[in-house]
Design a protein around this ligand. Structure first.
Ligand code: I3P
Length: 383
């Protein structure tokens, strides 16, 4: 094992962060033999009393409290570089000697920072969200159950509530991870109504918009140095492939430790295909495995009572593969997935008009399948 490899956690890169050195107490009493541990979390989580992994949310200066995102722990070659914008979130037990001190860096692929704590081996904790908890409860007897992280219930830790769920990276060896946010719409209708009734221009969203496109804001938004949340979300959707394809790539973390989240302008099918080809390193077998998993997911969605009765907003498909050929896709992040009024159902493949609550999820999935079929049809260097 490369002595310079260090664990890393991955989620979205907005905002500041830090790195720190791992210390003796971080390793705990019972070092892991052999394979290094990796952690990934999805929607919601909670803690267990005997966690091999301690959390340091106090290092996260994130003011956001919503519940969604992904965490991955894995190996990263320590270049000795300081990445001051990264946030340390979790400390992992590690098979190095207790006296060794290693720098731990955290990167974020998607979701809000500060929402996760690691838990017992094979599990992860996510900041409690009632909405997400209700989704997990309702999914217990649903056709989608095999495609969502196993949910272990609510756990209290350090005075906070968490949702406790399976670590999706456990079965992978040096995983590659991609987060695709599904749907044509990434904000709730309620958010739109609230913004109309009481517009609250936000400077942070204005700044994020200007960073990508100085001409993104209207003259009025420039003068107030603020944009409302739905306006920002709609801009994100139209700039990326959300509107045109019903899904968009949020972030990718590769097994070599590199992490990319600069996909805000990845919009055309050709662009998306290129990203997928690069993600799988031209390995056609991985694309085929992903395709068959997506077909299973589509079938399960069609059979799912939960899916019929919920507006699925901000949920992602998480693609994970490794060098052994293991490839999986999971449905994650239910923080904004909401039940419809009694008797109402959605089609998920018709256009959204305000009031119909359609999300375009199935349409997006179909486009994603077509895109991967196109990648597969172009052949690849490795079979
Ligand atoms: C964020 C992203 C998140 C959203 C967040 C946005 O934009 O769209 O999904 O959180 O809103 O800032 P970006 O990807 O460009 O960083 P929700 O899905 O929870 O609404 P927020 O700033 O209000 O948390």
């Amino acid at each position: 094992m490369d002595a310079h490899r260090v664990p890393q956690v991955t989620i979205t890169p907005d905002g500041g962060g830090s790195s720190r050195e791992m210390q003796q107490e971080d390793w705990g009493e019972n070092p892991v033999d052999g394979a290094l541990r990796r952690k990934l979390s999805t929607s919601s989580v909670s803690s267990t009393g005997s966690s091999a992994v301690e959390s340091e949310d106090d290092l996260l200066s994130d003011s956001e409290s919503k519940s969604r995102g992904i965490i991955t722990l894995e190996h990263l070659v320590d270049t000795g570089e300081n990445k001051p914008w990264w946030k340390l979130k979790t400390i992992v037990q590690w098979p190095f000697s207790a006296t060794q001190r290693r720098k731990v860096n955290w990167v974020q692929l998607a979701g809000h920072k500060g929402n996760f704590k690691a838990a017992d081996e094979g599990t992860i904790l996510k900041k409690y969200s009632e909405n997400e908890m209700l989704c997990f409860e309702r999914l217990r007897n649903d056709a989608l159950l095999p495609f969502v992280p196993v949910y272990h219930g609510i756990v209290e830790k350090d005075g906070e509530s968490f949702l406790h769920m399976a670590d999706l990276l456990m079965t992978f060896d040096l995983p590659n991870v991609m987060d695709c946010k599904m749907g044509v719409r990434t904000y709730l209708e309620d958010e739109l109504v609230r913004a109309r009734e009481r517009p609250k221009p936000r400077e942070d969203l204005y700044n994020k918009m200007v960073q990508v496109d100085g001409e993104g804001p209207t003259p009025q938004e420039h003068s107030q140095r603020g944009v409302t949340k739905p306006r920002y979300m709609q801009w994100r959707e139209s700039l990326s492939s959300s509107n045109t394809m019903g899904f968009r790539i949020e972030g990718i973390k590769k097994c070599d430790g590199t992490c990319r989240t600069d996909f805000k302008k990845t919009r055309s099918e050709q662009d998306v295909m290129l990203v997928f080809k690069d993600f799988v390193g031209g390995n056609a077998k991985i694309i085929k495995s992903y395709l068959s998993r997506l077909l299973e997911i589509r079938q399960a969605l069609t059979a799912s009572e939960f899916f019929k009765r919920h507006e699925v907003i901000g949920s992602s498909l998480l693609f994970i593969h490794d060098h052994t050929g293991n490839a999986q896709v999971w449905i994650i992040d239910f923080g904004k997935t909401t039940a419809l009024p009694e008797g109402h159902t959605l089609k998920h493949n018709v256009p959204w008009r305000e009031g119909n609550r359609e999300d375009g999820y199935l349409w997006g999935l179909q486009n994603l399948i077509h895109t991967l079929e196109a990648v597969s049809g172009e052949g690849s260097s490795q079979e």
